[in-house]
Design a protein around this ligand. Structure first.
Ligand code: NDP
Length: 275
């Protein structure tokens, strides 16, 4: 039996156990997937214990992604670029390997599920935390335009932009400076929707013909998704697709089995239907 877990704080709300159990059913694998909540000071020892006791793979969520990166013995290029990891696994020599599948998950959801060609898209990314760092590099690589990065604490956005300057140009702006801008894709990587608040977006920021994406997922449209609809967005999505795609990539890393994400998405949205 495979033993997996997600580490976070809080973590009980996480959909990851449900998603990975559906992946396991679909791939006919025996999996135990737990949600483990711990404090920051206990994170390293809790993760080490998990792997010492036979754990095969772990997901890491808020607020431990940077700590997971620091804990690993080896890291992928995506994790190195982000400076954060959402996936850990044990290598053959029993050392810890860290990966970041968030960027790939978002790009797959945008391009495959939403059918978007990002090549000529002007992209606005809100937030400069772990999630934004995970997706910024892949977004920069996907478009020929510089990505615009906005954060409530502007200095943090500037630090992130400086870190990513090896990949390309990132334009940093304050929220107020967005007033007359227009973007093809707007991605909310802030945690504001978690507390049902909106980032301080100017009323004049038009979303006409834009795809607007909230990384948060919830049963009802988030306050940010409602705002985007009112601003004229042509497509509005939550982060469920990204969550599924990044999870599928972790699952593949751990088991070498690639789940069929669309079938699992249908099952999550309509649990009474067969998988
Ligand atoms: P962090 O705590 O690392 O970062 C939070 C970010 O949100 C910071 O940039 C912070 O700005 C900003 N922020 C918080 N509150 C507000 C507000 N009221 N107005 C404007 N900005 C605000 O969180 P993560 O980056 O890890 O996660 C961000 C979101 O992404 C969460 O909702 C998470 O659930 C989601 N997520 C979804 C994934 C998916 O697969 N769908 C994967 C990963 C994350 P400041 O620096 O000024 O404090």
């Amino acid at each position: 039996m495979y033993k997996f877990a997600v580490f976070g704080n809080p973590v009980q709300h996480s959909l990851s156990p449900t998603i990975h159990n559906l992946f396991a059913r679909q791939c006919d694998l025996s999996v135990q997937y737990d949600a483990i909540e711990c404090t920051l000071s206990a994170f390293a020892i809790t993760v080490r214990d998990f792997f010492l006791c036979g754990g095969h793979g772990a997901n890491v969520t808020l607020p431990f992604k940077e700590h997971a990166f620091a804990l690993a013995n080896t890291v992928s290029s995506a994790a190195r670029l982000a400076g954060a990891a959402n996936t850990l696994c044990r290598s053959d020599d029993r050392t810890l390997f860290a990966e970041n599948t968030d960027g790939l998950g978002l790009i797959r959801d945008l391009t495959t599920t939403q059918g978007l060609n990002l090549t000529h898209c002007r992209i606005l990314l809100l937030g400069a935390g772990g999630a934004a760092r995970g997706v910024l590099g892949p977004l920069m690589q996907a478009t020929t335009h510089p990505v615009t990065l906005v954060n409530r604490t502007l200095a943090k956005a500037e630090d992130v932009a400086a870190h990513f300057s090896r990949v390309g140009k990132v334009i940093t702006r304050s929220y107020a400076e967005l007033a007359d801008d227009h973007y093809d894709v707007i991605i909310n990587a802030t945690s504001a929707s978690l507390s049902s608040t909106l980032p301080a977006l100017p009323d004049t920021l038009s979303c006409r013909n834009a795809l607007v994406y909230d990384m948060m997922y919830s049963k009802k449209p988030t306050i940010f998704m409602q705002w985007a609809k009112n601003q004229g967005a042509s497509v509005v999505c939550d982060g469920l697709g990204m969550l599924l795609e990044q999870a599928a990539e972790s699952f593949y890393l751990w088991t070498q089995h690639r789940p069929e994400v669309l079938a699992v998405r249908r099952q999550l949205l309509h649990p009474s239907r067969p998988l």
